[in-house]
Ligand binder design. Structure first.
Ligand code: SF4
Length: 458
């Protein structure tokens, strides 16, 4: 019998080892900090991050197992859910994949949360305590309030602290999973709450885990950066921004002063027309005045470097009108931009997105069998029928380009350290490379160990 004294929840972040490095420990699964803060104290919470924890420690002594899902980890999520349900433990899913493939998810879980965990988690717990859980907990109003995450649950196992300043996005890029059913609302977290989380962070490194940290909110970011500067928080941070962030020199300077060391930008393509097709907000500020996208992107890179910030780009291959020649030209274009790191991926229609529906409606999705074929949605496999391109070309070239044109080298990494001019910022960048780009150097390991000690080898 479940009593108040022995109620136990296991939170699982399933493995994404097929996607990133085997020890993906740069940032914690932020949603678990929120669940921990929401849950009444008579529940004992255990967190299992399969990407870093030993698999055999966790056992089956739980009342509830909550699993955070995305397309990259979904097969492992289903596998784990089936194991726990076979032991009569209730399983609940959250995250984008389960929200967009509801029927499929419900064949492996007892319940699914669609929308923000802040508004639905306590309803689920309450129903569990009354033995009347529902299959779907769907946020209706999207009037959730941000709360302060309980980061103590992460036990300082991660290199950085994940902090949200917003959720959702005002833009509507058609391939992006942000606007799937139940996840549409855009909200900005109160600055006071963000500052508290940064101040209390047990790491010197902050990963702002927003979908679009910029969000067009000039005033908000100006105030946030100014507070970080005046409080002398001295944290180093990285995040993702859309290209229109770089329209404001004032913001770039304040970002640098407040500790920015690396910005991720989804450049996606060198074609103005394709940006427009994708619904990228970029088109309003890029390539429209002088019709020279390279010049505009190059200015962004230079402006980052001038201010001591690194820039990492994401590019996509496999658009409808792409040919082998267009793709090779795109690779040269981005190689010549002199980004500090760059990754190319194959255009992949994530379930629940406008792009996925378009591909289905146009009967362009390859013959796939779900759920097993979700393991092809890793951005290095082609799942779309193209008129000009073979899957073989795309799959061969995405790997080839990442391993040649965009390969990280010691020289390139050291050049980036000269731009940053800070050991701490350089350590953050190098840790990012270890996690996201599978790049490691014995020499740099020794160097950072010398400066930062054991903390560097979490
Ligand atoms: S700007 Fe980024 S987060 Fe926003 S819709 Fe586009 S891809 Fe998604």
């Amino acid at each position: 019998m479940v009593t108040n004294e022995n109620r136990r929840i296991l939170l699982i972040n399933p493995s994404i080892r097929s996607f990133f490095n085997k020890n993906f420990n740069i940032l914690p699964p932020l949603v678990f900090g929120i669940i921990s803060a929401l849950t009444p104290k008579y529940w004992k919470i255990t967190m299992w991050d399969e990407n870093i924890d030993n698999d055999s420690e966790f056992g089956f002594d739980y009342d509830i197992v909550a699993i955070t899902t995305n397309t990259v980890n979904i097969l492992r999520s289903y596998e784990l859910a089936d194991i726990y349900r076979a032991k009569n433990i209730k399983v609940i899913f959250g995250g984008w994949h389960s929200a967009s493939m509801l029927d499929e998810a419900l064949s492996h879980a007892d319940s699914v949360i669609i929308g923000s965990v802040e508004s639905e988690w306590l309803k689920f717990l309450n129903d569990f305590e009354n033995n009347e859980i529902k299959k779907v907990y769907k946020e209706i109003s999207q009037k959730y309030e941000f709360i302060k995450a309980d980061n103590s649950i992460f036990k300082s196992k991660y290199f950085s602290t994940a902090v949200e300043t917003s959720r959702g996005c005002k833009n509507h890029c058609k391939f992006c999973g942000i606007h799937i059913n139940g996840h549409q609302a855009y909200k900005r977290k109160p600055i006071s709450l963000v500052i508290t989380e940064i101040t209390e962070a047990d790491s010197d490194f902050i990963f702002f885990l927003d979908n679009n940290f910029f969000g067009g909110d000039y005033d908000y970011l100006e105030q946030l950066f100014n507070e970080m500067i005046s409080l002398k928080l001295k944290k180093k941070w990285i995040t993702a921004v859309s290209v229109n962030f770089f329209n404001s020199q004032k913001l770039i300077k304040l970002a640098a002063k407040s500790g920015a060391c690396l910005l991720f930008v989804g450049f996606e393509t060198d074609s103005f027309k394709t940006l427009k097709y994708l619904g990228k907000e970029n088109v309003k500020s890029i390539g429209s005045k002088n019709n020279n996208i390279f010049e505009d992107y190059r200015k962004i890179v230079k402006s980052c470097h001038k201010n001591g910030i690194l820039i990492s780009g994401n590019i996509i291959i496999g658009f409808e009108n792409d040919t082998e020649e267009i793709i090779l030209n795109r690779m040269f274009f981005f190689k010549n931009l002199k980004l500090d790191s760059c990754k190319s991926v194959i255009l992949t229609p994530l379930p629940g997105t406008a792009f996925f529906n378009e591909i289905i409606n146009q009967k362009k999705l390859s013959e796939l069998i779900f759920p097993n074929d979700w393991n092809k949605f890793l951005y290095i496999k082609n799942v779309i029928k193209h008129k000009n391109l073979s899957s073989e070309f795309l799959e061969k070239n995405v790997i080839y380009c990442n391993q040649t044109y965009f390969k990280q080298s010691l020289m390139k990494t050291v050049r980036s350290f000269f731009i940053l001019k800070s050991i701490k910022s350089s350590a953050f960048f190098y840790y990012y490379l270890k996690n996201f780009a599978n790049y490691e150097s014995n020499l740099l390991n020794k160097l950072f160990y010398f400066f930062l000690g054991n903390n560097f080898f979490k």
